[in-house]
Design a protein around this ligand. Structure first.
Ligand code: KIV
Length: 265
């Protein structure tokens, strides 16, 4: 079965079918989310926090993302794969952006790339799409700008900020973006953007009107009890289940109940 393409994602949105995307970073989970029927996997720079233990996404390198893209690509054959361009790999020039995006496709084996920002990146989006690289935009609470925002704050709350975001969304579409992530914006603004654009919007903390939704897999599985933002629904409590399973393993090792003859050669 061929991988889901940008055209299929767009068609789904046109047909009123919601797009389901998750962020994941390795082959084992990629296989499982594929079995669960997701449409797209984002190999996000959130790996800086989730996998590497940083406070922000800023330290993540292009090599880090490529490493995880390759792992995810080996783990699943059907979902569309989006590789995230990390901070500093596309902002300096359109040449940088093009080179970094090309590496994600060539070495990371993804089918498209995502980058954060509006007007500042539209020229790069145009050049990448002209070069045959599908681009997903990302507006709103763009985590690579955390220091400029002074924290992880909902964006687009004032009338002028909302109008600016709407204009940037249009500019990204005009530059050739095939889709747009809306993160941390009021639900009514996300609805306006979604109604205005022809390309699908994918929301995270952006209300129900978007054409699709994305969550980080580790978050939706409930693997971190310290992370409880308002937008997050935990569909399981794996943190408790993992601690319980490993505790039982430890107990049985210590008591000698594991391994038994059954688990021995
Ligand atoms: O890096 C990431 O996982 C993301 C999503 C949360 C949109 O950018």
């Amino acid at each position: 079965m061929p991988r889901i393409s940008t055209h299929t994602l767009r068609k789904k949105a046109q047909d009123g079918e919601k797009i389901v995307m998750v962020t994941c970073y390795d082959a084992t989970f990629a296989r499982l989310v594929d079995a669960a029927g997701v449409d797209a996997i984002l190999i996000g720079d959130s790996l800086g926090m989730v996998i590497q233990g940083h406070e922000h996404t800023i330290p993540v390198t292009l090599d880090d993302v490529i490493y995880h893209c390759r792992a995810v690509a080996r783990g699943c054959a059907r979902p569309h794969l989006v590789g995230d361009l990390p901070f500093g790999t596309y902002q300096a020039s359109t040449d940088d952006a093009l080179r970094s995006a090309a590496r994600l496709l060539k070495e990371g084996c993804v089918q498209s790339v995502k980058l954060e920002g509006g007007e500042a990146v539209t020229e790069s989006v145009y050049r990448m799409t002209q070069a045959g690289i599908p681009v997903m935009g990302h507006l709103g609470l763009t985590p690579q700008s955390v220091h400029q925002f002074g924290g992880y704050r909902v964006q687009g709350r004032t009338t002028s900020a909302a109008e600016r975001l709407l204009a940037e969304a249009r500019a990204l579409q005009d530059a050739g973006a095939f889709s747009l992530v809306l993160e941390g914006v009021p639900a009514d603004l996300a609805e306006r953007v979604t109604d205005t654009l022809d390309i699908p919007t994918i929301g995270i903390g952006a209300g129900p009107a978007c054409d699709g939704q994305v969550l980080v897999l580790y978050d939706l599985l409930g693997l971190d009890d310290r992370f409880n933002p308002k937008f997050l629904k935990k569909f399981d409590n794996l943190q408790e289940r993992v601690v319980d399973a490993v505790s039982r393993f430890g107990r049985e090792v210590r008591t000698g109940d594991f391994p038994t003859a059954h688990h021995s050669h």
